[in-house]
Design a protein around this ligand. Structure first.
Ligand SMILES: [Zn+2]
Ligand SMILES: [Zn+2]
Length: 346
């Protein structure tokens, strides 16, 4: 089997590996579609504080080829969707209810979705693998992980205001895949969304996806402090975007910092506004199994229009070319289809 490995910044190498046999509790899966992700692009550009170099890619769906000993729920031929991690359920953070912050969550991570086959470990098979319905495409099913992150972010946002969990209006800073997923989620939940970004094409796409209004973060930057939103979700991943997100938040409002910044980043925030305007600044990271189940429900009920979020469909062999494109900001999310299947919507 082919497996793509990221061995250093901007260096993807192909390895020919023997197709593995699943161990006890594991599944061997033939990948049918794998999606690029902002996390992959960050890792490609500069490495990742939580992820080692090695097998690359984590958003995918596919078909079970073989099952390990003790696997009762799945059999060869089943079409499945999954997320790449599962909490241990035993550490202090898991026991405290923060399974997304599990101390061992990355110990069992299933990386290597840019490959012909992938093995899913027992921890994931037990909690975070689901049947893919026939009517849901493999490409849509592979959105399970980013959508789980988005679902988690909205839970954090809702929990921060017991009286009005769902904000009537929300601004979303950054119109990459995650920003647009937040937009689709906001539409579905019934919150009016304003998209804030620099790229005119992405703002135009946001409007076709149902954004109520758009703000050009470059040209209209001075207006940001005058815009007043009850809730703001930052997903552009720059210190400037963090500051913009806070500037857009009205007194008493909530600001969710959804994207991670490079290790060691510090962002100066307006202490006067934080205190005297009682702003709630929130972080959201990863997802719990409950978030994954909610995301799966959104996928199988076709609640969100995901197709416009795919910039292109390519054969797996074009992976390096696709990452060079992403690095140049050409497109934002691609589907990679392992050959011999054709590079088409599957
Ligand atoms: Zn991802
Ligand atoms: Zn744990």
């Amino acid at each position: 089997m082919r497996q793509a490995q990221l061995t250093a910044p901007k260096t993807i190498e192909w390895r020919e590996e023997p197709t593995p046999q699943p161990g006890p509790g594991e599944l061997l899966v033939r990948v049918r579609a794998a999606l690029t992700c902002g996390t992959d692009l960050k890792t490609y550009r500069r490495g990742h504080p939580k992820l080692r170099y090695g097998p690359f890619g984590h958003e995918a769906s596919g078909d079970v080829i073989a099952t390990g000993r003790d696997v009762k729920e799945w059999r060869p031929g089943d079409s499945i969707m999954w997320v790449q991690t599962a909490p241990c359920g035993e550490c202090a953070r898991c026991r405290a209810g923060s399974e997304n912050l599990c101390e061992r969550i990355f110990d069992t991570i299933a990386l290597g979705a840019y490959a012909d086959y992938i093995t899913l470990p027992r921890a994931i098979v037990k909690r975070n693998v689901f049947k893919k319905p026939v009517g849901l495409s493999y490409i849509e099913a592979a959105f399970l992980e980013p959508l789980s992150c988005v679902v988690h972010g909205w839970k954090v946002l809702r929990r921060a205001n017991a009286e009005h969990p769902l904000p009537a209006e929300v601004a979303i800073v950054g119109a990459g895949t995650i920003g647009l997923l937040h937009l689709l989620y906001a539409n579905h939940a019934g919150a009016r969304a304003t998209m804030v970004a620099r790229s005119p094409e992405r703002l135009a796409l946001a409007r076709t996806l149902g954004a109520h209004a758009t703000i050009d973060a470059g040209a209209q930057a001075p207006d940001l402090a005058r815009a007043q939103f009850a809730a703001v979700i930052e997903c552009a991943g720059t210190p400037e975007a963090w500051r913009h997100a806070l500037a857009l938040t009205r007194p008493g409002g909530r600001t969710l910092m959804f994207s991670g910044l490079p290790s060691g980043s510090e962002v100066p925030l307006d202490a006067t506004r934080l205190h005297y305007e009682e702003l709630t600044v929130l972080g959201a990271f990863h997802f719990t199994p409950a978030d994954v189940r909610d995301a799966r429900e959104l996928l199988i009920t076709r609640a969100l229009k995901l197709r416009p979020l795919i910039s292109g469909v390519a054969p797996l062999a074009n992976l390096t070319d696709i990452f060079e494109r992403l690095d140049r900001r050409a497109g934002f999310k691609y589907a990679l289809i392992p050959e011999p299947a054709a590079p088409e919507w599957v």
